[in-house]
Design a protein around this ligand. Structure first.
Ligand SMILES: Nc1ncnc2c1ncn2[C@@H]1O[C@H](COP(=O)(O)OP(=O)(O)OP(=O)(O)O)[C@@H](O)[C@H]1O
Length: 551
């Protein structure tokens, strides 16, 4: 991995030293993952949705979130593209994710320690104490210590994150949480890193976005980094529409509404007793929707599958014949109220539009997707946006991650689609077999990266932040590098020779020309550092490639 973007290495005491583990925070729109560098999986995986009632502003954690409370509304701090929209809520959620499952820098009340979540007897109270944490009271204590005063923080971001958001993140980490050091890294790059591939095309199928990120030598190629909203939430909406269009329509009665049920034959109406709610006790409609989505999620896990018997489900001549579909295996599914049914072609329909927009079910609420939004088209556009020499390499190193890639048949269908879209190069899809590696690839990449000894020189220390301000994050954690390279050179200064290291970052290749936007010299000895911004050095750099400048 290139270390482009670095200046001088912070001293051990500036980033907390080798004994202190960095904290890795990977915020997604469905779940928020947090844990310590060097560990295999995030210890803290928290639902990103949160609840709000007239009495409590923030209700976090699955246990409380799924318990109906009068007027409880469900909100999410992330925007439709997976970047942070509501910073106040996001920060409270992240603090909860860190405090509730991870070691606190100070002894906190067992009530506020998520490790005791299920120990109601010992706590002597319901779990509400934990989930609706008394954040304001804790915040006062944090003013004294800082939430992460010992731990450097590595936070992940989507490729399309804005500079303003990145600055906000470092501000929160250093000013609010008192972190000794900070770094922000692209989810795609980290996922490639987790699978040990410095060069890869990462397809991350999440909840609100499927992103495609070309990664070369550990750096994301901005031009080819794209997203589509055809992801897990889209599939959930397709399942919902399919239930609505069934004859008779299938009504989802979520678990919290069912007080008892009796077994019924497949396809027969449910025989369930429902819990009564009045206008005073009823939660907000968004609560019911969240609970319905949980049922849909179970349906996606156990029934939905991508069509993998050749071609598209609909086909150009009207689709796979009914007789052929009738031979396909069927899958049963029981709803929380006991209604149950077997599903044949309905297994394939709600997910087909990920690759074939014509297959989408639509309504006023869910307008039809366009052809350009399908995963195949986004991959094509991404690959065609990068240097022609690199395309084959990327296609033979496709990494499939994100929890929605766990949809049955997702990796086979992805392989088939991309293979037919690119006839020349060999296409290979690497989808980690381990569930956690698939779901938490970006977090795991961050965990590996931040525990490498060589990464220590990357941290932006608190001291550097205080000297330069929040926009140091733009200078150091480059948001748009296409190809960086580095070399050791001799630099002459006032008659003497110094061995120093040259890092060229942000080299944009345009045919045979190269343009450098930033060059930094640095040594580990005496202070010797010069930075030139926005200079074009076509002559010197022509023909240079990674590590291509001779010593
Ligand atoms: N086993 C599974 N089968 C099918 N879908 C699944 C499975 N597990 C999780 N999902 C779906 O994956 C989505 C969540 O994916 P993921 O956790 O990667 O998203 P995220 O990173 O939080 O969100 P985003 O990438 O949009 O910011 C949800 O839509 C969920 O229903």
């Amino acid at each position: 991995m290139s270390i482009a973007g670095n200046t001088t290495a912070p001293k051990a005491e500036e980033y907390g030293g080798d004994e202190i583990s960095a904290l890795i925070l990977d915020p997604g729109s469905s779940t928020t993952r947090a844990g310590f560098a060097g560990e295999d999986t995030p210890k803290s995986v928290i639902n990103t949705n949160y609840g709000r009632t007239a009495k409590t502003s923030y209700i976090f954690g699955d246990e409380s979130l799924h318990r109906p409370q009068p007027g409880m509304e469900i909100l999410n701090p992330m925007a439709a593209d997976g970047t942070v929209e509501d910073w106040d809520a996001a920060v409270k959620l992240w603090e909860y994710a860190i405090r509730s499952r991870l070691t606190s820098p100070k002894q906190s009340s067992p009530k506020a320690n998520g490790l005791n979540d299920h120990n109601d007897e010992a706590n002597g109270k319901q779990e509400t104490n934990v989930d609706a944490m008394e954040i304001d009271q804790e915040a006062d204590e944090d003013k004294e210590f800082g939430l992460l005063y010992e731990n450097p923080l590595l936070i992940t971001e989507p490729a399309w994150n804005t500079p303003r958001n990145r600055e906000r993140a470092i501000q929160i980490a250093i000013e609010q949480w008192d972190c000794p050091a900070f770094w922000i890294a692209k989810t795609g790059v980290l996922a490639a890193f987790a699978t040990g591939k410095p060069t890869a095309l990462v397809i991350d199928m999440g909840a609100r976005s499927t992103s495609v990120t070309p990664v070369h030598d550990g750096m994301h190629l901005k031009k080819g980094s794209l997203r589509t909203s055809l992801a897990g939430d889209f599939v959930s909406s397709q399942v919902r529409l399919q239930f609505n269009e069934a004859k008779p329509p299938i009504t989802i009665t979520p678990h919290y509404l069912v007080s008892s049920k009796q077994p019924v034959e497949a396809g027969q109406p449910a025989l369930a007793t429902l819990r009564p709610f009045t206008a005073e006790t009823e939660p907000h409609p968004s609560f019911r929707r969240l609970q319905e989505n949980r049922v849909i999620h179970e349906f996606k896990e156990s029934v939905v599958e991508l069509w993998n018997r050749g071609g598209k489900l609909l086909g150009s001549t009207g689709g796979v014949p009914n007789e052929e579909l009738a031979r396909e295996p069927i899958r049963p599914f029981e709803f929380p109220d006991g209604f149950n049914q077997v599903f044949g072609v309905e297994q394939y329909r709600p997910v087909e539009a990920l690759f074939d927009h014509r297959a989408a079910l639509t309504s006023d609420e869910y307008p039809p997707p366009t052809a350009e939004m399908t995963i195949t088209e986004v991959v094509k556009k991404s690959v065609n946006a990068v240097d022609v020499d690199l395309r084959g390499h990327l296609l033979s190193n496709i990494v499939l991650t994100g929890a929605s890639s766990l949809l049955r048949g997702a990796s086979d269908r992805t392989l088939a689609e991309i293979t037919s879209a690119f006839t020349g190069p060999r296409v290979r899809v690497n989808a980690p077999g381990n569930l956690y590696e698939r779901k938490y690839a970006s977090w795991i990449g961050g965990s590996i990266l931040a525990s490498l000894g060589t990464f220590h020189q990357m941290w932006i220390s608190k001291k550097e932040y205080e000297e330069s301000g929040p926009n140091i994050v733009e200078k150091r954690c480059k948001s748009s590098s296409s190809q960086g390279f580095e070399a050791s050179v001799q630099y002459t200064d006032e008659g003497g020779f110094f061995n120093c290291h040259l890092v060229v970052d942000g080299v944009f290749r345009n045919g045979a020309s190269c343009y450098a936007v930033s060059i930094t010299f640095y040594t580990k000895g005496e202070k010797l550092r010069k930075q030139f911004d926005s200079i074009a050095r076509e002559q010197e750099l022509q023909g240079a490639s990674s590590y291509g400048i001779p010593n």
